[in-house]
Design a protein around this ligand. Structure first.
Ligand code: C5P
Length: 394
């Protein structure tokens, strides 16, 4: 795995600056990165596993012969997108430069192809030693991003180059490497996904074909851009996304109650769920017998989008419309009547949109010309909708 994801391995070397990496870890998590900490055994003298486990919310191991059944060095290498080593000691850099694999961290580094940011911190004499200089040059020539330490006072009382850089400088360098955006940092994004089910009896329901893939793509994309995401998921088989609060609902009325509770704290609402337009007038207590199952009396469901948009203050609302014809005027009217600011007109005429990885259609924005979306991934569309929502939010 590489590229667009937000999975980071934070390698911690055995230096006094290890405690400063706690702040780095917290800030990375604030930015929506999932962080697995891999300390070297000697670094545990400075900051123990319990601290890293509490701050990362994940298991911490330091040796390859712990949790052997997981083949942890390979699974960690495969499942991460970036590696940050902070602090990196002179010894740790020497071991990486020599291709050693004598603890879990150096094994992971050898096994991984992800970009690596190295943040050295040590006494100036050690930083300026010829051996360290050669190792740093070797690492840089192999494509590792090795930062220069800050200059200033050190724990030993000496002054010189060797200080662990400020968290903001590390994050700035990291942003250059990842190319990651954090433009939704501090924003709350609420998303509905999947398709509602309206019970007929304890066994049967009225449902629809929605897989939830588009809504989950919006949730993932918003999280990657730093948003705090809440997902209201209706009957999707997709796996929960780590770090995203997911509220599971079945019917339209449950979805409306969940939205009602969440909407006021939200900046952007993306209503991608397919909501049943009607529900059985009564839900039978027992399974309806085959010979009595001849018709179902229906009542109209509330239009959730319209109901919620009536309570709108600062929120930007994105609606969806699945149509078998590209009728832009009807979609425009739907956007206005439902109180949405943006509407994605999903062209489902080919019939293969449900459960598909790709989509095509039009993005409608109030006061703007419709924008055609040629066949693209649901992730890309998610980013385009979030870009537009952010513009509207101002
Ligand atoms: O009217 P139509 O079903 O095409 O509208 C689609 C949009 O309205 C979607 O954003 C969907 O989530 C929302 N909707 C709703 N409540 C309904 C039906 C649709 O919020 N009862």
């Amino acid at each position: 795995m590489q590229g667009f994801g937000r999975e980071v391995i934070l390698g911690v070397g055995g230096g006094i600056a290890a405690y400063k990496s706690c702040d780095l870890l917290r800030r990375l998590r604030d930015l929506g990165f999932g962080v697995t900490v891999v300390p070297t055994p000697s670094s545990l003298n400075f900051v123990g596993s319990a601290t890293w486990e509490a701050l990362s919310g994940r298991k911490v191991t330091t040796e390859v012969f712990e949790s052997v059944e997981e083949v942890r060095h390979i699974s960690l290498a495969k499942n991460s997108n970036f590696i940050i080593i902070a602090p990196a000691t002179a010894d740790l850099m020497a071991r990486i430069a020599a291709g050693r694999a004598d603890d879990l961290l150096t094994n992971v580094i050898l096994a991984s192809n992800s970009p690596v940011l190295i943040v050295p911190a040590m006494h100036p004499e050690m930083w300026n030693d010829e051996a360290t200089k050669t190792n740093v040059a070797t690492l840089r020539s192999r494509g590792y991003h090795v930062m220069d330490p800050d200059t200033g006072a050190l724990t030993s009382g000496d002054v010189g180059q060797g200080r662990f850089p400020e968290t903001s400088r590390i994050l700035g360098e990291f942003a250059e490497i990842t190319g990651s955006r954090s433009d939704l940092l501090g924003k709350k994004v609420l998303i509905t996904a999947g398709g509602t089910r309206e019970a007929i009896d304890p066994v049967r329901f009225i449902g629809n074909q929605s897989s939830g893939k588009q809504g989950y793509a919006v949730a993932r994309s918003a999280q990657r851009r730093g948003a705090q995401v809440t997902l209201i998921s209706a009957n999707s088989n997709l796996a929960d996304i780590e770090g995203i609060r997911t509220i599971k609902v079945e019917s339209a009325s449950q979805m409306l109650s969940a939205l009602d509770a969440e909407f006021t704290h939200t900046d952007i609402l993306v209503m991608s769920a397919a909501v049943a337009d009607a529900r059985p007038k009564q839900i039978a207590d027992a399974k309806i017998k085959k010979n009595e199952f001849t018709n179902i009396a229906l009542v109209e469901n509330p239009d959730i989008l319209r109901t919620i948009s009536a309570k709108k203050s600062r929120q930007v609302i994105v609606g969806f419309a699945a149509e078998t014809s590209e009728n832009l005027e009807t979609a425009q009217a739907k956007m206005v009547s439902k109180g949405a600011d943006i509407l994605y007109l999903n062209d489902i005429s080919g019939g293969d949109i449900f459960n598909s990885e790709t989509t095509h259609g039009f993005i409608l924005v109030r006061g703007k010309e419709p924008k055609k979306v040629a066949e693209t991934t649901k992730d890309t569309l998610a980013h385009q909708l979030l870009d537009e929502a952010l513009l509207q939010l101002g």
